[in-house]
Design a protein around this ligand. Structure first.
Ligand code: 5GP
Ligand code: ZN
Length: 114
């Protein structure tokens, strides 16, 4: 999608700190980290949110989670613990409308719900 910031990152049009990439998935550091490790894992294909994922695209979720786990290993938080967050829609605070998994770790985290 032309104006989507994460599509621009995927296309290499915006400089980013890349952590992982393959033919389907790209992972890069969040510019406003909420934890010592804060990486965003996104599909190359533009999908606006979890709500927009089709039944055929469901296998992509498994791949995204697999990459999250690899990122946790790479970042050294695999054993110490990490959180994966997928904000969906306005009430959840989704700002960028290109589905992304936050991988957060590197220290104790408060779980704030609601
Ligand atoms: P959301 O609130 O949509 O779940 O998360 C969007 C995330 O993208 C935020 O944590 C924000 O800091 C991050 N972000 C927004 N713009 C950019 C950018 O241009 N580059 C990177 N690396 N992260 C971004
Ligand atoms: Zn996009």
């Amino acid at each position: 999608m032309q104006d989507c910031i994460f599509c621009k990152i995927v296309r290499g049009e915006i400089p980013t700190s890349l952590v992982y990439c393959d033919d389907e998935i790209v992972a890069f550091r969040d510019t406003t980290p909420q934890a010592p490790t804060h990486v965003l894992v996104v599909p190359r294909r533009h999908i606006s949110s979890l709500n927009d994922l089709t039944a055929e695209e469901m296998p992509l979720l498994g791949k995204l989670l697999q990459v999250c786990r690899e990122v946790a290993k790479k970042e050294g938080v695999f054993e110490s613990g990490y959180r994966i967050a997928v904000n969906t829609g306005p009430d959840a605070g989704q700002v960028v409308e290109h589905i992304h998994f936050h991988v957060l770790g590197g220290g104790p985290m408060n779980l704030e719900i609601g």
